[in-house]
Design a protein around this ligand. Structure first.
Ligand code: PLP
Length: 457
């Protein structure tokens, strides 16, 4: 079947005829068609014409253990033939989700109590909002329902999680955001700090912006804040030193929960098992997805603190049974894949490897781009990095967005055999390769990116 598909000359035609692509400029796609990937090994992908690419993005920041891991495939196969599915509603259970929940609670970056499983980062963030609302209803604070997210934050695309996403371009076609969401300033030094501002002064400004927003809304109406430890799709934005300590102090003052969206950072990407550890974040709720299975099958989770869990349980006498859950919550096959994936990460020391390959990647990015006259900032942490281009460095001036600089670089990179990603509304290209990338492949990835930049400007 696989060989048959690879050799089908008409895949492009069939795609254009039948497949509705997510996050795609559809009119362009109707003209140009797809790029069809048929095979992967390690950090390498192959398309249906036999062209090979380094996957500098691990898919969408997710194939952390790399392509072609037999151990995960075998675990999926074993689970599929033993028990492909049974649900977890009404106290039913299957074995692998129980073992996975235990494992995640053991691994969690702060003391946590329970894991609620879903399928995607988006639905998990929807669940987080419902948990916050139920929690505040349970403790007799029904007004405390607003959720504060950040400008440029990315939290998904369901009606609720797209509303949390602080990107107007993802709202405008869909009558979003929903009315309970507010946005605070992103910790985006290049555009939000004044020149020469210290980390301490920038942190103080960001904490003040959040506090001002909470006070303007009324603290009795604000339920939670959601933040990615390091913002991913919004531009790979790393907050200044001390940021989350200052944010937590504000939230504690006004009885507001903190949701860490670790969909990208969870399970090693920042060089620590969780991004909360790398960034000194103390969340009440944590969202995980992507790296939990390295995307071999869809799975997400909401990791819940004892405080929230106990309040929800105690609230049932008043609010009735917890009426939320998906057919695929605690899916045994996804949990089997996750257990095999986490075993690889631990057995192969891949978190330490993400840290060391990440350090090398940042060194190479600096060497390749720091002297470039149109590079405004090189950012990142662990094995996630980004280069932002500016029309002028002093004072920092953005490119005219219609030039689509990052998109053109990404296209040129493809011709060099590199997959990277343009980040929306920041003239930024990003890097988030599988943790198994070798030192030579790191060097090759960055040199191909530099060649691509040179062909564009
Ligand atoms: N949260 C973050 C931080 C993400 O990066 C993403 C996806 O990129 C999501 C949530 C949404 O996850 P999904 O695409 O699985 O719904």
């Amino acid at each position: 079947m696989h060989e048959l598909l690879r050799n089908t000359p008409d895949l492009e035609t069939l795609d254009k005829r039948y497949l509705f692509h997510p996050f795609t400029a559809l009119a362009d796609h109707e003209r140009n068609g797809p790029m069809v990937i048929v095979k992967g090994e390690g950090v390498w992908l192959e398309d249906n014409h036999g062209r090979r690419y380094i996957d500098g993005m691990a898919g969408l920041w997710c194939v952390n253990v790399g392509y072609g891991r037999r151990e995960i495939a075998d675990a999926i196969h074993h689970q599929a033939v033993t028990l492909p599915y049974f649900h977890a509603f009404s106290s039913w259970a299957t074995d692998t989700p129980i073992l996975l929940a235990e494992k995640i609670i053991e691994m969690a970056p702060v003391p946590m109590s329970k894991v609620f499983f879903g399928q995607s980062g988006s639905d998990a963030n929807d669940t987080q909002v419902k948990l916050v609302w139920y929690y505040n209803n349970a403790r007799g604070k029904p007004e405390k329902k607003k959720i504060i997210a950040r400008n440029r934050g990315y939290h998904g695309v369901t009606v609720v999680s797209a509303s949390l996403t602080g990107m107007p371009a993802l709202h405008s076609g869909f009558d979003l955001p929903l009315p309970f969401v507010r946005y605070t300033t992103a910790p985006y030094r290049l555009w939000e700090a004044t020149p020469g501002m210290s980390d301490a002064a920038f942190t103080a400004k960001l904490a003040r912006d959040l506090e001002d927003l909470i006070l303007a809304e009324g603290p009795e109406t604000v339920g939670a804040v959601i933040m990615e430890p390091v913002m991913g799709a919004g531009g790979v934005i790393v907050p200044p030193e001390g940021y989350y300590v200052a944010i937590r102090a504000v939230l504690d003052k006004y009885d507001v929960l903190l949701i860490a969206d670790e969909v990208i950072s969870g399970f090693g990407r920042l060089g620590t098992m969780f991004g909360s550890t790398a960034m000194a974040m103390q969340p009440d709720l944590i969202t995980v997805a992507k790296g939990i299975t390295s995307a071999y099958v869809p799975l997400s989770g909401c990791i819940v603190s004892e405080k929230v869990w106990r309040t929800i349980v105690d609230g049932q006498s008043k609010l009735g049974a917890f009426g939320h859950g998906y057919t695929y919550s605690a899916h045994p096959l996804a949990a089997a894949a996750a257990l095999a994936n986490l075993k690889i990460i631990e057995d192969d020391g891949l978190v330490a490897q993400a840290a060391s390959r990440g350090a090398l990647m940042h060194e190479k990015l600096q060497q390749a781009f720091a002297g470039h006259p149109l590079v405004g900032e090189i950012r990142g942490r662990g094995l996630v990095g980004a280069v932002e281009f500016v029309a002028k460095k002093e004072p920092a001036t953005r490119f005219d967005p219609t030039l689509k600089i990052a998109g053109r670089i990404v296209k040129a990179a493809l011709a060099e055999g590199l997959i990277t990603r343009a980040l929306p509304h920041a003239d930024t290209i990003s890097f988030s390769p599988p943790f198994v990338i070798s030192e030579e492949e790191v060097a090759l990835m960055v040199s191909r990116a530099r060649k691509a930049v040179d062909t564009v400007m």
